[in-house]
Design a protein around this ligand. Sequence first.
Ligand SMILES: Cc1ncc(COP(=O)(O)O)c(C=O)c1O
Length: 329
Amino acid sequence: MKRTSRFVWLNGKLLPFEDATLHFLTPALHYGIGVFEGIRCYATEGGSAIFRHRDHIVRLFDSARVLGFRQLPFTVEEIIAAVRQVVAANGFPECYIRPLIYLAEGGWNLSIDAGVPHVGVAVWEWTKYLGEEALARGVRAQVSSFTRQHPNAAMSKAKIAGNYANSVLAKTESVRLGFDEAILLDAQGYVAECTGENLFLVRRGALHTPPAATVLEGITRDTILALAREFGIEVVEAPISRDQLYIADEVFVCGTAAEVIALREIDFRTIGSGRTGPLTRRFQQAYADLTHGRHALSREWLDFLPPVIAHPTSTHARPLPESHQAGQM
Ligand SMILES: Cc1ncc(COP(=O)(O)O)c(C=O)c1O
């Protein structure tokens, strides 16, 4: 039986779950003007630990910069503390963590400067995003009829809430057609990514993945690239065509929610053996070791929850840190 969240952190305060509500006239709700993160906390032998915590919060601030926020009410350090606080308060040994910076208090003229950023962090128990069987069997995917947004239409380096309408359109279509996941092509017709995961293929022992330009720079993608270096596997970051997927030995997707999952079938074509392939399995195992404190890199990438957590109290607006200020790219 799953336990539900008891507390949500909202603008510097830990609130009971039921009290963490927003007004209907919150502009972020109407225009998707917010940026978010998806992070996981794992139960390890050394206690609960948040995987690549700082990397996720830095990407949250990068997303805010891409979207155009000039001032944020909290620093990276304060949001890191807030995440620790809300995870500890809810008492989940393992959970999914969702920080969100969203436009509130005005902003009806479609300018981000006309509103004020608010920040929240929620957590919930969530284990297998693509289902219990996906790890061993892999899942079925289709190339979507929807195209990944061009970077000049929607910034692909930012997890902007509104961008996810594109993912929702694609995922809904695929699931209604009986598939588990959608693969989106970019505006040039090359493979981009899935609705919430980056994509890799294995062919003749080498690992191939689309270049970062048109996709989200996934933190799991970066983790897979680090593991590939450790395994001594050749990595090719170059455009991938749809038919290259069909003739791959293995195809897998990766993301914080999905972790590492094979695509066993794409557009009704069986991929490789039709099950999770040997290299995908190796990445799955290494990723599980890494996130559960059993890998050499775990120490660097796991943020263990301290027994006592400081409550961030600051609520006043302050400029983005030097490296996170708008217009200083
Ligand atoms: C569109 C998209 N691509 C890729 C990813 C994978 O990113 P990460 O590994 O940082 O979770 C996500 C999930 O955040 C996503 O939404």
